[in-house]
Design a binder for this molecule. Sequence first.
Ligand SMILES: [Zn+2]
Ligand SMILES: [Zn+2]
Length: 189
Amino acid sequence: MLITHDTECALSILVELLNTAPEACGAEQLPDVAALSAFVVGQEISEIDSLTPADLAAVQALRGELRAVFSAETTDHAAELVNALVAAAGTTPRLTNHDHHGWHIHYFAPHAAIGDHLAAELGMALAFIVMAGERERLRRCEAPDCARVFVDLSRNRSRRYCDSRTCGNRLHVAAYRARQRSAEAVTAG
Ligand SMILES: [Zn+2]
Ligand SMILES: [Zn+2]
């Protein structure tokens, strides 16, 4: 798979970001600027100078645009969505080795607002996935009551749940309980 470590890091931020949306998890996980600020620190997003309510609105809206790439029916449509995102953000690819990271490319313009920053970085990560022919790795969790997204980076592309420690286990527990119930019903009957 032609996916670099840097792209994997961006995809990880992408998944975390999309799963903050109410449509993914039922409640808004980025309700205010403080929550957005915590997200920026937690995800180690660099060159963010200050955050305003307008930044929060931009990031909240961006989630829908990024999520649309996951649900695009065709690769042509996915490519169109990615191109629009990245073009609107304005990118200036440049090499940097800030904070003792090795040399890597920043796609966002220096000190861009966070909405543009994330649109450029996460849009480019999606562009690399499309280019590598790996769009099917952009998945939605198969648990019936879950709408979280994930990127399946497993070798055999067999992952079905957003997080095996939560959704996968939860389903196993539910199946176990259902089996127990039917066993009890048989005994009682
Ligand atoms: Zn960097
Ligand atoms: Zn899930």
